[in-house]
Design a protein around this ligand. Sequence first.
Ligand code: IPM
Ligand code: MN
Length: 351
Amino acid sequence: MTKRIAVIPGDGIGPEVIAAGMRVLERVNSQRKLGLEFTHFGWNADEYLRTGISMPPGAMDDIRNNYDAVYLGAFGDPRVPDMKHASDILLGMRFQLDLYVNYRPVKLLNKALCPLKDKGVKDIDMVIFRENTEGAYVGMGGFFKKGTPEEIAIQEDVSTRRGVERIIRYAFDFAKTTGRKSVCMADKNNVMRYGGDLWLRTFEEIAREYPEIEHFHLFVDALTMQMVRAPEMFSVVVTNNMFGDIVTDLGAALQGGLGMAASGNINPGKVSLFEPIHGSAPKYTGKDVSNPVGAILTAAMMLDYLGFAAEGEAIEHAVVAAIDAREATRDIGGSLGTKATGEAILRRLEM
Ligand code: IPM
Ligand code: MN
């Protein structure tokens, strides 16, 4: 059975790290005869500046109807200061494809990469589920008297029962099927009384359906503190869109930096989007210095999602082996470039 994958390298360092990820994907695909078919799309800042459009008409429907997954690099370019194309494409897909699960594992692969003293690989292994289709990201609000001293700006934070319930349920289901022992929900219901109340009530209700899984609640400010002080407390964390955005950058730092972290934007059973957490890092573009590990682990996550768990695991093993041998980029203590790091991982891939 063929699986169709849309590849969107994007801006900045996106094309370099995606090229490294593609080398790994092509190798696995041919060795294991997975039947993956890749189609490249050149949507990025250059295209947007040239044509004035972010994605051609019909492109979103094409992705929705004809693909199993999207493998995406990064978006963002200083020539597009309002991030219009980035938000049309990335947030556009999250919302229009209803990718409600933002799946962001925080797993330390080698003790030397951890910025916390006295913490090792057994202490840092959690999965953060960020709600991905609501919250402060819905873009509801507006200005009144803009540009005057009386200006008012309103930015709404939207939570729906359905939206909150489905991400919380996904987190509990994940904990159950992967044998994780607890789910922590983080919000700020001491201040955000309405949305927070809905989140907490829903969390308590759903938790009752999973008596074998421990559950606890933290205010998100306390969560950030505990992730640094005692990361071993966390197994599965679920939170809203904005808080999830913030705490997953902290999570990436616990794993050795933004270059290490993978993410999935998932609509279970439907076309889903996989991207490294890092941005386009314009100043490193074309310099062959960016860490491809986040993009390669993202490829592994995508394979896992497509039903190729063993292949995903083999890629993760190869990444760990290359890092252990210090065949890696400078940000994680190696001395190699992007390409050479990708090749070091490829050499260790046992298929
Ligand atoms: C992320 C990014 C995006 C977000 C930006 C690029 C819009 O920071 O995926 O975490 O805020 O969701
Ligand atoms: Mn972010």
